[in-house]
Design a protein around this ligand. Structure first.
Ligand code: AMP
Length: 491
Protein backbone atom coordinates (compact mmCIF):
# COMPACT_ATOMS: atom_id res chain seq x y z
CA UNK A 1 0.00 0.00 0.00
CA UNK A 2 1.06 3.57 -0.43
CA UNK A 3 1.45 5.67 2.66
CA UNK A 4 0.39 8.95 1.13
CA UNK A 5 2.37 11.68 -0.49
CA UNK A 6 1.39 15.09 0.75
CA UNK A 7 3.93 16.78 3.00
CA UNK A 8 1.71 17.77 5.88
CA UNK A 9 -0.66 14.87 5.77
CA UNK A 10 -1.62 13.65 9.22
CA UNK A 11 -1.75 10.02 10.24
CA UNK A 12 -5.23 8.91 9.23
CA UNK A 13 -7.78 8.48 11.95
CA UNK A 14 -10.17 5.55 11.98
CA UNK A 15 -12.42 7.63 9.78
CA UNK A 16 -9.72 8.54 7.32
CA UNK A 17 -8.44 5.75 5.17
CA UNK A 18 -7.24 6.28 1.74
CA UNK A 19 -4.11 4.26 1.66
CA UNK A 20 -5.41 0.85 0.88
CA UNK A 21 -4.45 -1.44 -1.86
CA UNK A 22 -6.05 -4.53 -3.16
CA UNK A 23 -3.27 -6.52 -4.69
CA UNK A 24 -2.22 -9.82 -6.15
CA UNK A 25 1.04 -11.72 -5.79
CA UNK A 26 2.50 -14.54 -7.83
CA UNK A 27 5.80 -16.45 -7.84
CA UNK A 28 7.58 -19.25 -9.73
CA UNK A 29 10.61 -21.35 -8.80
CA UNK A 30 12.24 -23.76 -11.24
CA UNK A 31 10.47 -23.26 -14.56
CA UNK A 32 12.06 -22.23 -17.86
CA UNK A 33 9.08 -20.02 -18.66
CA UNK A 34 9.00 -18.36 -15.26
CA UNK A 35 8.23 -14.83 -16.47
CA UNK A 36 5.64 -15.90 -19.07
CA UNK A 37 3.86 -18.00 -16.45
CA UNK A 38 3.97 -15.12 -14.02
CA UNK A 39 2.41 -12.84 -16.62
CA UNK A 40 -0.39 -15.37 -17.19
CA UNK A 41 -0.92 -15.80 -13.47
CA UNK A 42 -1.10 -12.05 -12.96
CA UNK A 43 -3.56 -11.82 -15.82
CA UNK A 44 -5.87 -14.28 -14.01
CA UNK A 45 -5.48 -12.14 -10.90
CA UNK A 46 -6.26 -8.88 -12.66
CA UNK A 47 -9.44 -8.43 -10.61
CA UNK A 48 -7.26 -7.85 -7.52
CA UNK A 49 -5.58 -4.78 -8.96
CA UNK A 50 -5.68 -2.94 -12.24
CA UNK A 51 -3.52 0.08 -11.60
CA UNK A 52 -0.08 -1.37 -12.30
CA UNK A 53 1.77 -4.63 -12.60
CA UNK A 54 5.32 -5.83 -12.40
CA UNK A 55 7.57 -8.87 -12.68
CA UNK A 56 11.10 -9.41 -11.36
CA UNK A 57 13.01 -12.49 -12.54
CA UNK A 58 16.39 -14.00 -11.68
CA UNK A 59 18.50 -15.77 -14.29
CA UNK A 60 21.25 -17.12 -12.07
CA UNK A 61 23.34 -13.98 -12.42
CA UNK A 62 21.10 -10.96 -12.67
CA UNK A 63 17.71 -9.81 -11.56
CA UNK A 64 15.58 -8.26 -14.28
CA UNK A 65 12.53 -6.16 -13.72
CA UNK A 66 9.66 -4.72 -15.70
CA UNK A 67 7.09 -2.63 -13.87
CA UNK A 68 4.53 -0.37 -15.47
CA UNK A 69 1.16 1.26 -14.86
CA UNK A 70 -1.77 -0.44 -16.57
CA UNK A 71 -3.13 -3.90 -17.18
CA UNK A 72 -1.06 -7.09 -17.27
CA UNK A 73 -2.11 -7.82 -20.86
CA UNK A 74 -0.81 -4.44 -21.96
CA UNK A 75 2.40 -4.59 -19.95
CA UNK A 76 3.50 -8.16 -20.65
CA UNK A 77 2.23 -9.08 -24.08
CA UNK A 78 5.47 -8.31 -25.87
CA UNK A 79 7.89 -11.17 -26.47
CA UNK A 80 10.75 -8.77 -26.10
CA UNK A 81 9.73 -7.88 -22.54
CA UNK A 82 9.18 -11.51 -21.54
CA UNK A 83 12.50 -12.60 -23.02
CA UNK A 84 14.29 -9.83 -21.13
CA UNK A 85 12.81 -11.32 -17.95
CA UNK A 86 14.97 -14.41 -18.33
CA UNK A 87 15.45 -17.09 -15.70
CA UNK A 88 13.67 -19.91 -13.97
CA UNK A 89 12.57 -17.82 -10.98
CA UNK A 90 10.18 -14.90 -11.00
CA UNK A 91 7.87 -12.93 -8.76
CA UNK A 92 4.97 -10.73 -9.89
CA UNK A 93 2.48 -8.25 -8.51
CA UNK A 94 -0.73 -6.46 -9.49
CA UNK A 95 -1.41 -3.24 -7.72
CA UNK A 96 -4.46 -1.20 -6.97
CA UNK A 97 -4.35 1.95 -4.95
CA UNK A 98 -6.79 4.69 -4.26
CA UNK A 99 -4.33 7.52 -3.88
CA UNK A 100 -4.93 8.52 -7.47
CA UNK A 101 -1.43 9.30 -8.57
CA UNK A 102 0.61 6.28 -9.56
CA UNK A 103 4.27 6.56 -8.93
CA UNK A 104 6.48 4.17 -10.84
CA UNK A 105 8.55 3.75 -7.71
CA UNK A 106 5.52 2.39 -5.86
CA UNK A 107 4.90 -0.37 -8.39
CA UNK A 108 5.84 -3.79 -7.09
CA UNK A 109 7.71 -6.10 -6.88
CA UNK A 110 10.11 -3.81 -5.06
CA UNK A 111 13.75 -4.79 -5.40
CA UNK A 112 16.85 -4.06 -3.32
CA UNK A 113 20.48 -5.11 -3.42
CA UNK A 114 21.16 -6.27 0.10
CA UNK A 115 24.33 -7.40 1.81
CA UNK A 116 23.24 -10.99 1.16
CA UNK A 117 22.32 -10.42 -2.50
CA UNK A 118 19.30 -9.14 -4.40
CA UNK A 119 15.81 -9.44 -2.96
CA UNK A 120 12.48 -8.75 -4.67
CA UNK A 121 9.25 -8.53 -2.69
CA UNK A 122 5.56 -8.56 -3.65
CA UNK A 123 2.95 -7.80 -1.00
CA UNK A 124 -0.81 -8.13 -0.72
CA UNK A 125 -2.19 -6.56 2.43
CA UNK A 126 -1.64 -3.56 4.56
CA UNK A 127 0.63 -2.92 7.55
CA UNK A 128 -0.99 -1.16 10.48
CA UNK A 129 2.18 0.06 12.21
CA UNK A 130 3.82 1.30 9.03
CA UNK A 131 4.16 4.95 10.01
CA UNK A 132 5.72 4.12 13.34
CA UNK A 133 8.21 1.73 11.75
CA UNK A 134 8.99 4.08 8.91
CA UNK A 135 9.61 6.96 11.28
CA UNK A 136 12.07 4.84 13.27
CA UNK A 137 13.81 3.63 10.11
CA UNK A 138 14.16 7.14 8.72
CA UNK A 139 15.63 8.24 12.05
CA UNK A 140 18.20 5.44 11.68
CA UNK A 141 19.17 6.78 8.28
CA UNK A 142 17.20 4.54 5.92
CA UNK A 143 16.45 6.31 2.66
CA UNK A 144 13.07 5.35 1.26
CA UNK A 145 12.49 5.24 -2.46
CA UNK A 146 8.72 4.74 -2.39
CA UNK A 147 5.76 5.54 -0.21
CA UNK A 148 4.71 1.91 0.16
CA UNK A 149 4.57 0.04 3.44
CA UNK A 150 6.15 -2.89 1.63
CA UNK A 151 9.45 -1.04 1.44
CA UNK A 152 9.50 -0.96 5.25
CA UNK A 153 9.76 -4.77 5.23
CA UNK A 154 12.65 -4.54 2.78
CA UNK A 155 14.53 -2.08 5.03
CA UNK A 156 13.89 -4.18 8.11
CA UNK A 157 15.36 -7.18 6.27
CA UNK A 158 18.32 -5.08 5.07
CA UNK A 159 19.31 -3.88 8.54
CA UNK A 160 18.63 -7.13 10.38
CA UNK A 161 21.68 -8.60 12.06
CA UNK A 162 20.76 -12.19 11.29
CA UNK A 163 22.93 -14.00 8.79
CA UNK A 164 20.43 -15.72 6.45
CA UNK A 165 17.70 -14.24 4.30
CA UNK A 166 15.04 -16.35 5.98
CA UNK A 167 16.16 -15.37 9.50
CA UNK A 168 16.17 -11.75 8.44
CA UNK A 169 12.67 -12.07 7.03
CA UNK A 170 11.49 -13.56 10.32
CA UNK A 171 13.24 -10.79 12.24
CA UNK A 172 11.61 -8.15 10.03
CA UNK A 173 8.13 -9.63 10.19
CA UNK A 174 8.25 -9.95 13.97
CA UNK A 175 8.32 -6.15 14.02
CA UNK A 176 5.43 -5.50 11.67
CA UNK A 177 1.74 -5.53 12.44
CA UNK A 178 -1.00 -5.89 9.88
CA UNK A 179 -2.04 -8.10 7.02
CA UNK A 180 0.45 -9.51 4.57
CA UNK A 181 0.71 -12.25 2.05
CA UNK A 182 4.20 -11.96 0.60
CA UNK A 183 6.22 -13.57 -2.13
CA UNK A 184 9.95 -12.85 -1.98
CA UNK A 185 12.62 -13.79 -4.50
CA UNK A 186 16.28 -14.02 -3.50
CA UNK A 187 19.09 -15.32 -5.69
CA UNK A 188 18.52 -18.86 -4.50
CA UNK A 189 14.99 -19.15 -3.15
CA UNK A 190 11.36 -18.22 -3.59
CA UNK A 191 9.66 -17.55 -0.28
CA UNK A 192 5.93 -17.29 0.44
CA UNK A 193 4.66 -15.87 3.73
CA UNK A 194 1.25 -15.31 5.29
CA UNK A 195 0.73 -13.12 8.33
CA UNK A 196 -0.06 -14.92 11.60
CA UNK A 197 -3.80 -14.34 11.22
CA UNK A 198 -3.85 -15.27 7.54
CA UNK A 199 -5.95 -12.24 6.59
CA UNK A 200 -5.11 -12.38 2.87
CA UNK A 201 -5.00 -15.59 0.84
CA UNK A 202 -1.89 -17.32 -0.54
CA UNK A 203 -1.80 -20.67 -2.30
CA UNK A 204 1.04 -23.07 -3.14
CA UNK A 205 1.12 -25.07 -6.38
CA UNK A 206 3.30 -27.38 -8.43
CA UNK A 207 3.80 -28.15 -12.12
CA UNK A 208 6.60 -29.98 -13.98
CA UNK A 209 8.71 -30.06 -10.81
CA UNK A 210 8.41 -26.27 -10.45
CA UNK A 211 6.69 -24.54 -7.52
CA UNK A 212 4.30 -21.62 -7.63
CA UNK A 213 2.70 -19.17 -5.21
CA UNK A 214 -0.44 -17.20 -6.06
CA UNK A 215 -2.96 -15.04 -4.27
CA UNK A 216 -5.71 -17.24 -5.68
CA UNK A 217 -5.92 -20.61 -7.35
CA UNK A 218 -7.51 -19.16 -10.51
CA UNK A 219 -3.95 -18.11 -11.34
CA UNK A 220 -2.89 -21.77 -11.19
CA UNK A 221 -5.76 -22.94 -13.38
CA UNK A 222 -4.79 -20.67 -16.25
CA UNK A 223 -1.43 -22.44 -16.61
CA UNK A 224 -2.34 -25.91 -15.41
CA UNK A 225 -0.60 -25.74 -12.05
CA UNK A 226 -1.78 -28.21 -9.44
CA UNK A 227 -2.94 -26.52 -6.24
CA UNK A 228 -1.15 -28.36 -3.44
CA UNK A 229 -2.49 -26.39 -0.51
CA UNK A 230 -2.85 -22.91 0.95
CA UNK A 231 0.06 -21.42 2.85
CA UNK A 232 -1.01 -21.51 6.50
CA UNK A 233 -1.44 -18.37 8.57
CA UNK A 234 1.93 -17.55 10.12
CA UNK A 235 3.75 -19.95 7.81
CA UNK A 236 6.89 -19.26 5.79
CA UNK A 237 7.32 -21.63 2.84
CA UNK A 238 10.79 -21.69 1.35
CA UNK A 239 11.36 -23.17 -2.09
CA UNK A 240 14.96 -23.68 -3.20
CA UNK A 241 17.12 -26.24 -4.99
CA UNK A 242 16.64 -28.66 -2.09
CA UNK A 243 12.85 -28.60 -2.42
CA UNK A 244 10.15 -27.10 -0.23
CA UNK A 245 10.37 -26.52 3.50
CA UNK A 246 8.08 -24.79 5.91
CA UNK A 247 8.56 -22.97 9.17
CA UNK A 248 6.10 -21.36 11.56
CA UNK A 249 8.22 -18.95 13.57
CA UNK A 250 5.52 -16.62 14.87
CA UNK A 251 3.52 -16.87 18.06
CA UNK A 252 0.38 -18.78 17.20
CA UNK A 253 -2.75 -16.64 17.10
CA UNK A 254 -6.29 -17.53 16.01
CA UNK A 255 -6.74 -17.30 12.27
CA UNK A 256 -8.78 -14.42 10.87
CA UNK A 257 -9.14 -14.84 7.14
CA UNK A 258 -10.95 -11.89 5.52
CA UNK A 259 -14.56 -12.91 5.05
CA UNK A 260 -15.02 -10.24 2.40
CA UNK A 261 -12.71 -12.23 0.10
CA UNK A 262 -15.51 -14.81 -0.02
CA UNK A 263 -18.24 -12.22 -0.46
CA UNK A 264 -16.75 -10.10 -3.20
CA UNK A 265 -13.07 -9.86 -3.69
CA UNK A 266 -11.82 -13.29 -4.77
CA UNK A 267 -12.68 -14.73 -8.17
CA UNK A 268 -15.58 -17.20 -7.97
CA UNK A 269 -13.59 -20.05 -9.51
CA UNK A 270 -10.85 -19.84 -6.85
CA UNK A 271 -10.51 -22.31 -4.01
CA UNK A 272 -9.75 -20.67 -0.69
CA UNK A 273 -9.18 -22.71 2.45
CA UNK A 274 -10.73 -25.74 0.71
CA UNK A 275 -13.90 -23.90 -0.28
CA UNK A 276 -14.88 -22.90 -3.79
CA UNK A 277 -15.69 -19.19 -3.71
CA UNK A 278 -18.64 -19.56 -6.10
CA UNK A 279 -20.19 -22.29 -3.93
CA UNK A 280 -19.81 -20.11 -0.84
CA UNK A 281 -21.47 -17.18 -2.61
CA UNK A 282 -24.40 -19.39 -3.65
CA UNK A 283 -24.78 -20.54 -0.05
CA UNK A 284 -24.76 -16.91 1.09
CA UNK A 285 -27.58 -16.23 -1.39
CA UNK A 286 -29.54 -19.23 -0.09
CA UNK A 287 -29.11 -18.02 3.51
CA UNK A 288 -30.27 -14.58 2.43
CA UNK A 289 -33.42 -16.06 0.91
CA UNK A 290 -34.09 -18.07 4.07
CA UNK A 291 -33.68 -14.94 6.17
CA UNK A 292 -35.44 -12.29 4.17
CA UNK A 293 -37.39 -13.58 1.18
CA UNK A 294 -40.21 -11.44 -0.07
CA UNK A 295 -43.03 -12.30 -2.50
CA UNK A 296 -41.61 -11.65 -5.95
CA UNK A 297 -41.68 -12.72 -9.60
CA UNK A 298 -38.00 -12.71 -10.51
CA UNK A 299 -34.56 -12.63 -8.89
CA UNK A 300 -32.11 -10.37 -10.72
CA UNK A 301 -28.39 -10.10 -9.93
CA UNK A 302 -26.45 -6.89 -10.11
CA UNK A 303 -23.80 -8.23 -12.46
CA UNK A 304 -21.24 -9.57 -12.06
CA UNK A 305 -20.60 -9.48 -8.35
CA UNK A 306 -24.21 -10.32 -7.41
CA UNK A 307 -24.60 -13.29 -9.75
CA UNK A 308 -23.59 -16.32 -7.60
CA UNK A 309 -25.56 -15.09 -4.57
CA UNK A 310 -28.60 -14.39 -6.78
CA UNK A 311 -28.44 -17.93 -8.18
CA UNK A 312 -28.36 -19.31 -4.63
CA UNK A 313 -31.18 -17.00 -3.61
CA UNK A 314 -33.40 -17.94 -6.58
CA UNK A 315 -32.81 -21.67 -6.06
CA UNK A 316 -33.66 -21.43 -2.37
CA UNK A 317 -36.71 -19.20 -2.89
CA UNK A 318 -37.98 -21.13 -5.93
CA UNK A 319 -38.28 -17.87 -7.89
CA UNK A 320 -37.04 -17.59 -11.51
CA UNK A 321 -33.56 -16.14 -11.97
CA UNK A 322 -33.36 -13.57 -14.77
CA UNK A 323 -30.56 -11.48 -16.18
CA UNK A 324 -32.62 -8.33 -15.79
CA UNK A 325 -29.55 -6.10 -15.86
CA UNK A 326 -26.84 -6.43 -18.46
CA UNK A 327 -23.32 -5.30 -17.79
CA UNK A 328 -20.96 -3.80 -20.28
CA UNK A 329 -17.70 -5.67 -19.66
CA UNK A 330 -15.49 -3.09 -21.22
CA UNK A 331 -15.83 -0.68 -18.32
CA UNK A 332 -13.71 -1.16 -15.20
CA UNK A 333 -15.17 -1.81 -11.78
CA UNK A 334 -17.20 1.14 -10.53
CA UNK A 335 -14.92 1.64 -7.57
CA UNK A 336 -11.76 1.88 -9.54
CA UNK A 337 -12.57 5.34 -10.78
CA UNK A 338 -11.17 7.77 -8.23
CA UNK A 339 -13.40 10.79 -8.56
CA UNK A 340 -17.05 10.98 -7.60
CA UNK A 341 -17.97 12.44 -10.93
CA UNK A 342 -16.47 9.56 -12.86
CA UNK A 343 -17.82 7.02 -10.41
CA UNK A 344 -21.36 8.24 -11.06
CA UNK A 345 -20.78 8.23 -14.78
CA UNK A 346 -19.23 4.76 -14.49
CA UNK A 347 -22.39 3.22 -13.11
CA UNK A 348 -24.40 4.46 -16.06
CA UNK A 349 -21.84 3.26 -18.50
CA UNK A 350 -21.69 -0.12 -16.89
CA UNK A 351 -25.26 -1.39 -16.47
CA UNK A 352 -28.41 -1.41 -18.55
CA UNK A 353 -31.86 -2.76 -17.72
CA UNK A 354 -33.08 -5.71 -19.80
CA UNK A 355 -36.48 -4.03 -19.98
CA UNK A 356 -38.64 -6.77 -21.49
CA UNK A 357 -37.81 -9.10 -18.59
CA UNK A 358 -38.44 -6.57 -15.85
CA UNK A 359 -41.53 -4.61 -16.85
CA UNK A 360 -44.55 -5.36 -14.67
CA UNK A 361 -42.56 -7.68 -12.37
CA UNK A 362 -41.91 -7.70 -8.65
CA UNK A 363 -38.11 -7.80 -8.68
CA UNK A 364 -35.65 -9.01 -6.05
CA UNK A 365 -32.29 -7.43 -6.83
CA UNK A 366 -29.22 -9.12 -5.36
CA UNK A 367 -25.83 -7.44 -4.92
CA UNK A 368 -22.86 -8.33 -2.77
CA UNK A 369 -22.46 -5.11 -0.81
CA UNK A 370 -23.52 -1.52 -0.37
CA UNK A 371 -20.59 0.77 0.18
CA UNK A 372 -21.48 4.37 -0.64
CA UNK A 373 -24.84 3.34 -2.05
CA UNK A 374 -24.13 4.80 -5.48
CA UNK A 375 -24.58 1.56 -7.40
CA UNK A 376 -27.76 0.51 -5.61
CA UNK A 377 -29.37 3.90 -6.01
CA UNK A 378 -28.75 3.93 -9.76
CA UNK A 379 -29.71 0.32 -10.29
CA UNK A 380 -32.97 0.61 -8.36
CA UNK A 381 -33.91 3.72 -10.35
CA UNK A 382 -32.99 1.93 -13.59
CA UNK A 383 -35.10 -1.11 -12.76
CA UNK A 384 -38.07 1.09 -11.82
CA UNK A 385 -37.67 3.08 -15.02
CA UNK A 386 -37.82 -0.24 -16.89
CA UNK A 387 -41.29 -0.76 -15.44
CA UNK A 388 -40.74 -2.99 -12.39
CA UNK A 389 -43.79 -3.10 -10.10
CA UNK A 390 -41.73 -3.52 -6.93
CA UNK A 391 -37.99 -3.46 -6.29
CA UNK A 392 -36.59 -5.31 -3.28
CA UNK A 393 -32.86 -5.12 -2.66
CA UNK A 394 -31.08 -8.06 -1.01
CA UNK A 395 -27.42 -7.80 -0.07
CA UNK A 396 -25.15 -10.80 0.40
CA UNK A 397 -23.06 -9.12 3.11
CA UNK A 398 -24.00 -7.47 6.39
CA UNK A 399 -24.02 -3.64 6.32
CA UNK A 400 -20.51 -2.28 5.70
CA UNK A 401 -20.15 0.04 8.67
CA UNK A 402 -16.36 0.26 9.03
CA UNK A 403 -13.34 0.78 6.82
CA UNK A 404 -10.87 -1.97 6.13
CA UNK A 405 -7.30 -1.34 7.23
CA UNK A 406 -5.98 -4.71 6.17
CA UNK A 407 -5.76 -4.33 2.43
CA UNK A 408 -9.18 -3.88 0.86
CA UNK A 409 -10.03 -0.48 -0.43
CA UNK A 410 -12.95 1.09 1.35
CA UNK A 411 -13.80 4.75 1.52
CA UNK A 412 -13.65 6.87 4.64
CA UNK A 413 -16.07 5.76 7.26
CA UNK A 414 -18.35 8.75 6.91
CA UNK A 415 -18.81 7.86 3.26
CA UNK A 416 -20.14 4.40 4.09
CA UNK A 417 -23.90 4.52 3.79
CA UNK A 418 -24.37 1.97 6.58
CA UNK A 419 -22.21 3.97 8.97
CA UNK A 420 -24.67 6.85 8.76
CA UNK A 421 -28.05 5.18 8.30
CA UNK A 422 -30.06 2.28 9.65
CA UNK A 423 -31.45 -0.25 7.17
CA UNK A 424 -34.79 1.53 6.82
CA UNK A 425 -33.13 4.85 6.02
CA UNK A 426 -30.80 3.09 3.60
CA UNK A 427 -33.79 1.56 1.79
CA UNK A 428 -35.24 5.02 1.46
CA UNK A 429 -31.93 6.42 0.26
CA UNK A 430 -31.57 3.88 -2.52
CA UNK A 431 -35.28 4.05 -3.35
CA UNK A 432 -36.08 0.36 -2.78
CA UNK A 433 -39.42 -0.99 -1.55
CA UNK A 434 -37.46 -3.09 0.91
CA UNK A 435 -33.84 -3.73 1.77
CA UNK A 436 -32.26 -6.60 3.70
CA UNK A 437 -28.71 -7.67 4.41
CA UNK A 438 -27.59 -11.15 5.34
CA UNK A 439 -27.05 -11.50 9.08
CA UNK A 440 -23.56 -12.10 10.44
CA UNK A 441 -24.61 -15.55 11.64
CA UNK A 442 -26.12 -16.34 8.24
CA UNK A 443 -22.86 -15.33 6.60
CA UNK A 444 -20.86 -17.54 8.96
CA UNK A 445 -23.20 -20.46 8.27
CA UNK A 446 -22.60 -20.00 4.56
CA UNK A 447 -18.84 -20.26 5.04
CA UNK A 448 -19.33 -23.49 6.97
CA UNK A 449 -19.43 -22.35 10.59
CA UNK A 450 -22.30 -22.93 13.00
CA UNK A 451 -22.52 -19.15 13.38
CA UNK A 452 -20.27 -16.30 14.47
CA UNK A 453 -18.35 -17.03 17.64
CA UNK A 454 -18.60 -13.62 19.26
CA UNK A 455 -15.82 -14.42 21.77
CA UNK A 456 -13.33 -15.33 19.05
CA UNK A 457 -14.68 -14.65 15.55
CA UNK A 458 -13.38 -17.22 13.08
CA UNK A 459 -12.86 -14.62 10.32
CA UNK A 460 -11.90 -10.98 10.06
CA UNK A 461 -15.25 -9.23 9.74
CA UNK A 462 -14.13 -5.81 10.97
CA UNK A 463 -15.85 -4.02 8.06
CA UNK A 464 -19.18 -5.26 9.45
CA UNK A 465 -18.48 -5.21 13.18
CA UNK A 466 -15.71 -2.68 13.84
CA UNK A 467 -13.86 -5.44 15.74
CA UNK A 468 -10.36 -5.14 14.36
CA UNK A 469 -8.32 -8.26 15.19
CA UNK A 470 -4.94 -6.60 14.54
CA UNK A 471 -4.08 -3.36 16.37
CA UNK A 472 -4.41 -0.18 14.32
CA UNK A 473 -1.23 1.29 15.76
CA UNK A 474 -0.78 4.03 13.16
CA UNK A 475 -4.29 5.31 13.75
CA UNK A 476 -3.40 6.07 17.35
CA UNK A 477 -0.12 7.88 16.72
CA UNK A 478 1.02 11.43 16.11
CA UNK A 479 1.63 13.25 12.84
CA UNK A 480 3.15 11.55 9.87
CA UNK A 481 6.82 12.34 9.25
CA UNK A 482 7.53 14.89 6.54
CA UNK A 483 9.95 12.42 4.99
CA UNK A 484 6.94 10.56 3.65
CA UNK A 485 6.43 13.19 1.04
CA UNK A 486 8.12 12.26 -2.19
CA UNK A 487 8.82 14.51 -5.08
CA UNK A 488 6.22 14.19 -7.78
CA UNK A 489 7.38 11.35 -9.91
CA UNK A 490 8.43 12.07 -13.46
CA UNK A 491 9.74 8.64 -14.43
P1 AMP B 1 -21.39 1.54 -3.87
O1 AMP B 1 -21.91 1.89 -5.20
O2 AMP B 1 -20.43 2.58 -3.34
O3 AMP B 1 -22.44 1.21 -2.85
O4 AMP B 1 -20.49 0.24 -4.05
C1 AMP B 1 -21.10 -1.01 -4.10
C2 AMP B 1 -20.61 -1.78 -5.25
O5 AMP B 1 -19.18 -1.79 -5.27
C3 AMP B 1 -21.07 -3.23 -5.16
O6 AMP B 1 -21.74 -3.53 -6.36
C4 AMP B 1 -19.81 -4.04 -5.01
O7 AMP B 1 -19.82 -5.10 -5.93
C5 AMP B 1 -18.67 -3.11 -5.29
N1 AMP B 1 -17.63 -3.16 -4.26
C6 AMP B 1 -17.72 -3.40 -2.96
N2 AMP B 1 -16.53 -3.32 -2.34
C7 AMP B 1 -15.63 -3.00 -3.29
C8 AMP B 1 -14.22 -2.79 -3.31
N3 AMP B 1 -13.51 -2.86 -2.20
N4 AMP B 1 -13.64 -2.50 -4.49
C9 AMP B 1 -14.35 -2.43 -5.60
N5 AMP B 1 -15.69 -2.61 -5.66
C10 AMP B 1 -16.33 -2.89 -4.52
Amino acid sequence: MALGNTPDRKIPSLEDDHFHDECAVFGVFGHDDAAAHTALGLHALQHRGQEASGIVSFNGNNFNSHRAPGLVGDNFSSEEIISRLAGTMAVGHNRYSTTGETMIRNIQPLFADLELGGLAIAHNGNLTNAYALRRALVQRGCIFQSTTDTEIILHLIAISEFSTVVDRIIDALRQVEGAYSLVLLSNDALIGVRDPMGVRPLALGRMDGAYFFASETCAFDIIGVEHIRDVDPGEIVIVDKDGVRSIKPFTKTPRHFCIFEYIYFARPDSMIEDSNVYAVRKRIGAELARESHVESDIVVPVPDSGVPAAIGYAEQAGVPFELGIIRNHYVGRTFIEPSDHIRHLGVKLKHNANTGHIAGKRVVLVDDSIVRGTTSEKIVAMVRAAGAKEVHMRISSPPTTHSCFYGIDTPEREELLAARHDVEAMAKHIGADSLSFISLDGLYRAVGEPGRNSQEPQYCDACFTGEYPIPLTDRQGGPMPAQLSLLTEQD
